[in-house]
Design a protein around this ligand. Structure first.
Ligand SMILES: Cc1cc2nc3c(=O)[nH]c(=O)nc-3n(C[C@H](O)[C@H](O)[C@H](O)COP(=O)(O)OP(=O)(O)OC[C@H]3O[C@@H](n4cnc5c(N)ncnc54)[C@H](O)[C@@H]3O)c2cc1C
Length: 339
């Protein structure tokens, strides 16, 4: 049986590695960083992500997760919308989820090489790129932290402010994840630990900032990332096999990037098995998986990219709020088109 190498132990890489290893394939996973670690992420997994984990036989890694149904949207400090998700979603920290997936991968005999950056060009046979989003010149910055003792008004709260937004999502062990995306301000001079509260104040989201200050912040959960670009539909490239964010990055307000990563692993899995058993060569395998990804993801990426300015532009937010309050916002349709 042919072996597989995977670059990147994020969700796409770990999920695929686990499934292949359980099918008896020799898998080596290269990870540039350490595991587990806190990552900038809303940690809200919508329904399809859980289905993809189930399809890969990995549902057990979600044990103890919070279940999400109710959501609340506020725009510029006023509640604009409250609705229940069409399908329950899941709240689980990346720290816990990555750790479980890494443990099960290694217990199944997979080789995980931490702090090992892969430097190949990615076009070799049997090499799967799950390297996550690539740094870009974008001016978006993502910040997140966990806290205890913060009462949420819904399972998921999303607050849109001026040039930024923040999500509050319940996760395991009665923690709340607070994760925001903001237009970067280079003039900001403060300790890293204070950035999230400062950005919230600057966006007009002081009510959320003061709720964080009144709670117990879990200090080692602070993290940030800069240079985030969204939803570029990838050109046809049948030399490289890219999964998850390495394929394309969906705007985070959809709470859908982790699902796309897990779904891409589930889509790729049977085709890669065909390659390892010798049924198809690598070039054919890459073409088949890329076709499947284009048909599964491109519409979701396009719609999310189109919606993104409505989330962060102050003028469009006002229009959005008016439509939401009039009850005319096609919430279920928009959810279906982006999930
Ligand atoms: C602000 C923000 C909020 C978000 N909120 C949500 C949310 O609520 N819900 C949701 O579903 N999604 C959310 N996302 C998106 C989600 O985090 C990503 O879509 C998801 O992590 C993608 O998984 P991945 O496996 O493709 O990449 P990653 O999880 O990024 O993993 C890629 C891995 O590859 C490693 N790597 C990179 N290069 C190399 C190399 N050369 N050699 C070895 N290793 C390498 C990296 O160290 C990393 O560990 C959010 C994103 C942002 C920025």
């Amino acid at each position: 049986m042919r072996a597989i190498e995977i670059v990147g132990a994020g969700l796409a890489g770990l999920a695929l590695g686990n499934a292949l290893r359980r099918a008896g394939v020799a898998v080596t996973l290269y990870e540039a960083g350490t595991l587990p670690r806190h990552r900038v992420c809303g940690e809200f997994i919508c329904g399809r992500g859980a289905d993809a984990l189930g399809a890969l036989g990995l549902s057990e890694v979600l044990a103890g997760a919070a279940s999400h149904r109710s959501t609340l949207w506020s725009i510029q400090g006023r509640t604009a919308l409250q609705h229940d998700l069409p399908k329950p979603a899941i709240g689980l920290s990346r720290f816990r989820l990555d750790q479980r997936l890494a443990d099960t991968f290694q217990q199944a005999g997979g080789v995980l090489k931490l702090q090992t950056r892969h430097r190949g060009d990615g076009a070799s046979s049997g090499l799967v790129l799950c390297k996550g989003r690539q740094p870009s010149p974008s001016d978006w910055i993502g910040l997140k932290l966990h806290c205890h003792g913060l009462e949420t008004k819904a399972d998921l709260e999303l607050h849109l402010g001026q040039h930024g937004y923040v999500g509050l999502s319940r996760i395991e062990d009665d923690r709340v994840n607070i994760c925001g995306l903001f237009k970067q301000r280079s003039e900001l001079k403060a300790k890293r630990a204070d950035w999230l509260s400062l950005y919230l104040d600057l966006c007009g989201l002081s009510e959320v900032a003061s709720r964080i200050r009144d709670s117990s912040v879990i200090t080692d959960s602070h993290c940030g990332v800069a240079g985030v670009e969204f939803a570029r539909i990838p050109p046809n490239d049948d030399r490289h096999l890219c999964l998850g964010d390495a394929y394309s990055v969906i705007p985070p307000f959809t709470g859908n990037g982790m699902s796309l990563a897990l779904e891409s692993a589930a889509l790729a899995y049977p085709h890669i098995l065909d390659y390892t058993s010798g049924r198809f060569d690598w070039a054919e395998t890459v073409c088949r998986i890329n076709r499947a990804q284009h048909s599964a993801f491109d519409q979701r990426l396009r719609v999310a990219r189109w919606l993104h300015p409505w989330i962060h532009s102050t003028r469009r937010q006002r229009i959005l709020a008016a439509i939401a309050r009039s009850g005319l916002l096609p919430v279920s349709l928009l959810y279906t088109l982006t999930h």
